[in-house]
Design a protein around this ligand. Sequence first.
Ligand code: FAD
Length: 117
Amino acid sequence: RLGNETLKAELGRAAWKLFHTTMARFPDQPSEDESAALKSYIYLFARLYPCGECASHFQKILKKYPPQTSSRSAAAAWACHVHNEVNRSTGKPMFDCANIEGLYDCGCGDDETEKKS
Ligand code: FAD
């Protein structure tokens, strides 16, 4: 069956946005439970990603580079790195991960104090 590259790219951009923003909002000092939750989320994201070919490829990348969930900065740097692994295999330029923190903003402010958006 013929694929549709435009739709696949659109899905990819939406998925990466959610993925990186999730890392950007992960706690600096997560509990063991929070770290385990993020790890499960990442493995399930990889397993259930709607593009099957992408999912199986991404699962191979996770085998090589297991999720880092010990802190926000570790998770954000790891996510940037694995996205670059996908960029490499699709022939896209490498993204500079040095300034990844602060780049993805959920627009939800500080949820602890700001209850309304
Ligand atoms: P995208 O790669 O979608 O990135 C969106 C934006 O994020 C970029 O414009 C840039 O601002 C920023 N960005 C780029 N690199 C990084 C980085 N390393 N860290 C943080 N931010 C970054 N497509 C395929 O054709 N084959 C595949 O096997 C495939 N596997 C995928 C696996 C997953 C898990 C996901 C989420 C997507 C996959 N895709 C795959 C889609 C592909 O990665 C792109 O999303 C799609 O090609 C659109 O690319 P883009 O150039 O618009 O930028």
